[in-house]
Design a binder for this molecule. Structure first.
Ligand SMILES: [Zn+2]
Length: 258
């Protein structure tokens, strides 16, 4: 049985990861995951190599790819999609980051994008979709917005602590993986949103739900502590194993029934 878990991914690798998020996550004793656009490291407004290295090596944060340039993959040729995935992974790994997953800019993905992502990454994240219950689609993992770029919702304030807390409760009750998406540099991410983020971190800790990196989350799913296996082949193999085991038992009873 999978246990509920929560992951926070901050997109774009901007300077606010350092100034706004680092103190909050250090205080909560939890890791954050950063999606870094490799071609923008060290540009004005973005973190430099030294800062990203510190977050990974000293605070246990995880670095994921957010491509080499911040583009919508669904608008590129297959060759160009492949290049974005490959170059960003190569550049980030050359800087010493253990990059194993990708966050699609604008959440833009389709079947072609996901198929090419498989060549380079263990998982891919989109920008919407709610909690990940039942079957986690490894190259199509849902996220819930916190602080800015709020979830779409009719008659619901999707930018409040009440909403974030309800998603945590939902993950707890469905034993699901909740992945929050943060953009700390967005203008919507003001003091009030920062406070809601801190309250959410406190609430998760008070419910004793683990705050994990993407790598830790995937490992926990693959370990069998995961509720549902993550790719279809593994899932089919498990069902086949179960059937084979049942058939063996039936055969055993028939054979010994005389
Ligand atoms: Zn982005």
């Amino acid at each position: 049985m999978m246990h509920p878990m929560v992951t926070f991914i901050s997109d774009d690798g901007k300077h606010e990861d350092w100034t706004v998020l680092k103190p909050a996550f250090e205080n909560a004793g939890a890791p954050c995951v950063i999606a870094v656009t490799s071609g923008l490291i060290g540009s004005p407004g973005y973190m430099n190599d030294e800062q990203i290295g510190f977050l990974q090596n000293s605070l246990g944060w995880e670095v994921t790819s957010h491509l080499d340039s911040h583009v919508a993959l669904t608008e590129l040729s297959e060759q160009e999609i492949d290049r974005q995935f490959r170059v960003s992974k190569d550049k980030l790994q050359a800087l010493g980051y253990r990059v194993t997953s990708v966050v699609y800019p604008y959440g833009a993905n389709n079947a072609v994008v996901r198929e090419i992502a498989r060549k380079y990454y263990q998982s891919g994240f989109q920008s919407v979709g709610g909690i990940n219950a039942k079957r986690v689609k490894r190259y199509h993992i849902n996220r819930v917005a916190i602080g800015s770029y709020f979830d779409f919702g009719n008659d619901v304030d999707t930018g409040s602590f009440t909403y974030y807390k309800a998603r945590v409760d939902e993950a707890l009750h469905s034993r699901a993986w909740l992945v929050f998406m943060i953009h700390p540099a967005a203008s919507e991410h003001d003091d009030k949103q920062q406070q809601a983020l801190i309250e959410t971190l406190d609430y998760i800790r008070s419910r004793k739900i683990p705050i994990v990196t993407v790598e830790q989350g995937l490992r926990s799913l693959a370990d069998g502590t995961g509720k549902i296996t993550i790719d279809r082949d593994t899932w089919l193999r498990k069902i086949a194993d179960k059937l084979r085991h049942r058939l063996k038992l039936i055969y055993f009873f028939i054979a010994n029934d005389s």
